[in-house]
Design a protein around this ligand. Structure first.
Ligand code: ADP
Ligand code: MG
Length: 681
């Protein structure tokens, strides 16, 4: 009997060990397994003769072993001389097992697959794949797939498992055949069978991939629909727009809101007044003023008796939010607290208690907020700042702190300055309303960006020193690039020493992630008050840090940084009423790609445009990165390039939802199965 494609791997008669290995590849259901597609194919169907081999070409051969020998020396190598009727060939193995020697006994016939190379003696193959050839053993009828795999799982086993799965699972096509034909898409079973074992290369037509992309996009569109539906069935506390407190807060601000801020505040206010949980992404370029929008949303919720949690990706940023909002909100009688990992355990305990009693209205923190022991009386609104910096799992976890009833969910406001192009946000963040602040507060003087080679580092140092002496404040950023926090810190320390070495008058500090929280806060405060002139920092200041007086920034190693990160970083200056200057240091020679990318950051100051260009240069997978997307939800389709298919999938999804909801559910279960919950966050 055929199994449904959603069947777990354990239903496929695999050994537990094999099941576990497949799990490590991220495969859980039969359908997951079938979607584990080959990286490439090798052609072992038609053996060639030695005489027809050309260097650089991969080929399959049937040969006879003449002799083998192990050459001793600094590198032990095994060489095997083989021949067929047309010529001689040498095989070389740099690592080998004694058991392999049996295979190479003189006279044995072998089937080989490998790439021929020209050596001094003639033709050779390094590490060909070899197996004993028996007269009656048939040659493969299809191209040989080569799969992505993990340690302990051989290609042979993977191939065998996949071939079997193709016969074990029910692959009845659920797409309407006339629709399929009109788009020229092959049926599902054919598609998968060919991809796992094409009888010839010409079978591998683009339509096969189109089919998978279409199905994937369809699953995504359907799943978004189900989540939207689910959300309409979930309740949230409604916080009416009484607005007394929030208008008072607005009046107490030292500046009027921009038109864009007004617009998004209204959008959020309306959402919060509904009995349906808000699920909104607030996008706006660095410095556009998202924090105050968040504060106004918080106040509406608090005024209606709810609690608010504001989560930031770093302690520094959480502290800064707390410092900024503290005066503003306590003057309106709102209780606000900071909860970070730095807090002593007793203080933390006390704070948690007050949160659970509802004595604290607004809590600001890092991911310490999602600890299991943190609970709320009535959590009405969750605000996630710089949301792209959090993993999906973390966001989920805060979401589940809604309080006593799981039917009642908190409203959610996510903020991000990393602009995600519309098509991407549609496809990566299911069921999300988006508000955009597309205007900077007036009076900003903008930023001048200059690209400077490290060859001129000394000049830059001199320039910074003299600017500081004239009353400017500057950042010198040594970002994370080494993949090793330790090396990066060393680099920052060395820079700090050079910068201060012969300028003892310069008030300069080094800020990095290893400092204790109080110390970081202290340094930041002194910089904010203008007591410090120069701040040498690692990427701890990448997001959110707001010191309007700082006008100069030097960033090192820019050729190795992501554009979004550079843009964020650069957004730390030019925030006040004086123009900002940003010097991007790079180490020549630049690769072509690095040159193009720096050109983008040099020519543009609009974050959305930078993101768009970045996308063109890098492609969305890389753009979203694992850190940003949590889990890549699309494996085959590319929402930008496959725009047309996305439109078709959206249309088709609508017909299924109306006419065939069972099929729709089945399709989503096949494609998204275990990833489902991630879509809601
Ligand atoms: P971001 O959107 O990057 O989080 P912030 O909320 O940190 O930006 O705001 C950047 C700076 O702009 C802050 O100093 C803030 O006080 C200021 N600001 C925000 N809104 C306005 C406004 N409407 N007019 C003038 N300054 C503003
Ligand atoms: Mg911010």
């Amino acid at each position: 009997m055929l199994l449904p494609p959603t069947a777990p791997l354990s239903a496929l008669n695999l050994t537990p060990r094999l099941c576990n290995l497949l799990h490590t590849l991220g495969l859980h259901s039969g359908f997951d397994l079938l979607l584990h597609l080959p990286l490439r194919y090798e052609d072992e169907r038609h053996p060639r003769s030695v005489a027809t081999l050309t260097p650089g070409q991969s080929a399959c051969l049937i040969v006879q072993v003449i002799r083998h020998e192990i050459r001793q020396g600094p590198h032990r190598t095994l060489t095997v001389q083989v021949r067929d009727e047309t010529g001689l060939l040498e095989l070389r193995f740099l690592h080998f097992y004694p058991s392999q020697l049996r295979l190479f006994a003189p006279g044995n016939r072998l089937r080989l697959f490998g790439e021929a190379r020209q050596s001094y003696q003639g033709l050779e193959m390094i590490h060909p794949r070899c197996q004993l050839f028996k007269e009656n053993s048939p040659l493969p009828a299809t191209l040989t797939p080569v799969y992505p795999t993990c340690a302990g799982l051989s290609q042979t086993i993977l191939r065998r498992t996949l071939l079997r799965a193709l016969t074990q699972l029910d692959l009845t096509d659920t797409l309407d055949p006339s629709w399929r034909n009109s788009l020229g898409l092959p049926d599902l079973a054919t598609t998968l069978k060919i991809l796992h074992g094409p009888t010839d290369a010409f079978q591998l037509v683009p339509a096969l991939w189109q089919r998978l992309k279409f199905d994937e996009l369809l699953a995504q569109q359907l799943s978004m629909h189900f989540h939207r539906q689910h959300r309409t069935e979930t309740l949230a506390y409604a916080y009416p727009i009484q607005g007394k407190l929030s208008r008072r807060l607005e009046r107490s601000l030292p500046f009027p809101l921009t038109a864009a801020q007004h617009r998004v505040v209204e959008e959020i206010r309306r959402d919060l007044a509904q009995e349906r949980p808000m699920h909104r992404l607030l996008q706006g370029d660095v410095g556009c003023g998202k924090t105050i929008v968040a504060a106004l949303a918080a106040v509406q919720c608090i005024e209606g008796g709810g609690q608010v949690a504001l989560m930031a990706p770093t302690e520094l940023l959480a502290q800064q939010h707390h410092a900024k909002l503290y005066d503003l909100l306590t003057s309106q009688g709102i209780s606000i607290e900071l909860l970070t990992g730095q807090l002593k355990s007793q203080a933390q305990h006390h704070l948690r208690q007050r949160l659970a009693n509802g004595e604290i209205s607004l809590v600001i923190g890092t991911h310490a907020l999602i600890q299991e022991r943190v609970s709320f009386k009535t959590l009405g609104l969750i605000i996630i700042d710089e949301q792209h910096r959090f993993g999906v799992a973390q966001r989920l976890s805060l979401h589940q702190k809604g309080g006593e009833s799981t039917r009642i969910q908190p409203h959610q406001l996510m903020m991000s300055a990393t602009p995600i192009p519309r098509s991407l946000s549609m496809s990566y963040y299911a069921d999300l309303d988006v508000s955009v602040i597309d205007e900077l507060p007036p009076g900003r003087q903008g930023i001048t960006t200059k690209l400077v080679s490290t060859a001129r580092r000394n000049e830059v140092i001199e320039g910074i020193r003299s600017a500081c002496r004239q009353g400017h404040q500057a950042y010198w950023v040594c970002p994370l690039i080494e993949e090793s926090e330790f090396l990066d810190l060393q680099n920052a320390q060395a820079t700090f020493q050079t910068l201060t070495a012969d300028a003892p008058d310069l008030r300069c500090e080094l800020l990095h992630g290893r400092l204790a929280g109080a110390e970081k806060r202290n340094i930041m405060n002194r910089f904010l008050k203008g007591e410090l002139q120069l701040l040498v920092a690692t990427s701890v200041i990448e997001v959110g840090v707001d010191v309007p007086n700082a006008t100069l920034m030097v960033i090192e190693h820019t050729e190795r940084m992501g554009l979004a990160q550079l843009h964020q970083m650069r957004g730390r200056v030019g925030r006040g009423t004086r123009p900002g200057v940003c010097l991007l240091l790079y180490r020549p020679p630049l690769s072509e790609l690095a040159r193009q990318r720096l050109k983008v950051i040099y020519e543009h100051t609009d974050g959305f445009e930078i993101a768009r260009q970045d996308l063109l240069l890098r492609g969305p997978g890389d753009y979203l990165g694992s850190r940003q997307s949590g889990l890549a939800l699309l494996r085959f389709a590319d929402p930008v390039q496959d725009d047309d298919l996305l439109t078709l999938a959206r249309r088709y999804a609508a017909t299924w939802i109306a006419d065939a909801p069972a099929k729709a559910l089945h399709h989503v279960a096949c494609w998204l199965g275990t990833r489902q919950p991630y879509l809601t966050s």
